[in-house]
Write a protein that binds this ligand. Structure first.
Ligand code: SF4
Length: 381
């Protein structure tokens, strides 16, 4: 196939794919690239965007006007250069950005399906394979129910992730929260070159370990954002595994469905902070607390064992906050208070947040025990 023609077709197909996926947000492919550049290079000017993306000025100007009209960017004058303005992502754009990264990741997965890393480096082969995969998009979507959700990391044997069980832990990518203290930055903001673990590798491992492992822990990112999670859990339940889900409480309907279908054996749900401080703690200013409240009610009304847990960070939590959380979930089966541990992979950067002392965690436990009988703590060291 002619490379130029392939390139042209690939470009137009890419454009169409993203235009379709982004239609519901009032933007298209032209705005997608600008949003990603702004997210990865905050507060830059139109000239800098033009340079980074090698765009022509007229095109980029039109894209930014559209983003401004739809409320995704605003402008801020620069003190040292009155002629050019910084372009700032609004809260509306920040809320949308993880969806955008997921859509981009899905697209990369589609066009690089069946390719090895070596092949990906060979551009001439890559074009043909990308086109082949693009032609298969509709077929893939029809058979999507037969595929696993994408997992980007796994712990083949863990004795601690699923209490009382020898378990395999699988990590999904992407999250609809952006907790600044999260140490899974690579999983939350999936870069384009992050490769998922092949389905057959996971499938054959789990089949071989029947009788040796007794549980699967599904973690993330946020696992319940992913299509095919329900059929995947159904499949592993058929293999005889018990399933523990770690989640952030933002998908109560999926949680409820999984519980109704008896597909979960244990659920650990994060309670990030007292209600008033939720948005700040999850990195989304106007965060809607309702889904969290629904998930709490669903879990507390369920018959399976569950726990709520809070990662306590010096800069974000007070003892009074922990008591407010405990009051909110009063009577829960179990509440775990775990100390934040700093790492290089923290979203806000290393050193921004610090671990609470043992004394602080003990004070949190005492406050929580006023409302919940079963409180456990995990210290930083
Ligand atoms: S801590 Fe959990 S909920 Fe928060 S961003 Fe990280 S993966 Fe998402």
């Amino acid at each position: 196939m002619d490379t130029i023609l392939s390139n042209s077709i690939l470009y137009r197909s890419t454009q169409k794919y993203f235009d379709d996926k982004l239609k519901e947000f009032g933007i298209g492919y032209g705005q997608l690239v600008v949003l990603i550049i702004l997210n990865e290079n905050p507060n830059i000017t139109m000239a800098e965007i033009t340079k980074i993306g090698n765009f022509d000025k007229a095109t980029i100007s039109k894209s930014i006007q559209k983003l401004s009209k739809e409320g995704f960017v605003k402008f801020e004058a620069q003190e040292n250069d009155r002629r050019s303005k910084k372009i700032i992502l609004t809260q509306k754009a920040k809320t949308l950005i993880s969806d955008i990264y997921s859509i981009r990741k899905d697209f990369t997965n589609i066009i690089t399906k069946n390719m090895t890393i070596k092949e990906i480096e060979m551009m001439s082969i890559l074009f043909d394979k990308m086109l082949q995969n693009l032609e298969e998009i509709s077929v893939q979507e029809e058979f999507a129910e037969n595929e696993f959700p994408e997992f980007y990391a796994w712990n083949k044997v863990s004795m601690i992730d699923y209490p009382g069980h020898a378990a395999c832990t699988l990590y999904t990518g992407g999250c609809n929260m952006k907790c600044p203290f999260c140490h899974n930055k690579e999983l939350v903001f999936l870069s384009e070159d992050t490769l998922s673990i092949p389905d057959d590798e996971i499938g054959s491992y789990l089949k071989k370990r029947i009788g040796l492992l007794d549980g699967i822990c599904i973690s993330g990112g946020e696992p319940l954002l992913h299509k095919n999670m329900v059929p995947f859990i159904r499949e592993i339940k058929k293999l005889g595994y018990k399933v523990k889900l770690d989640h952030n409480g933002t998908r109560p309907k999926v949680l409820e469905y999984l519980l109704e279908q008896n597909l979960l054996d244990y659920v650990a749900m994060d309670i990030k902070n007292a209600k008033r401080k939720y948005g700040e703690t999850v990195g989304i200013k106007d965060f809607d607390i309702k889904p969290i409240e629904e998930s709490i009610a669903i879990l507390m009304g369920s018959k399976i064992p569950y726990e709520f847990r809070t990662t306590v960070v010096n800069e974000l939590h007070t003892v009074a906050d922990i008591e407010k959380i405990a009051k909110w979930i009063a009577g829960a089966n179990k509440y775990t208070i775990q100390s934040f541990v700093g790492r290089a992979s923290v979203i806000a950067g290393e050193g921004v947040f610090t671990s609470p002392s043992k004394e602080f965690i003990d004070a949190c436990r005492k406050a929580a025990e006023k409302h919940i009988k079963n409180v456990s703590v995990v210290y930083a060291n």
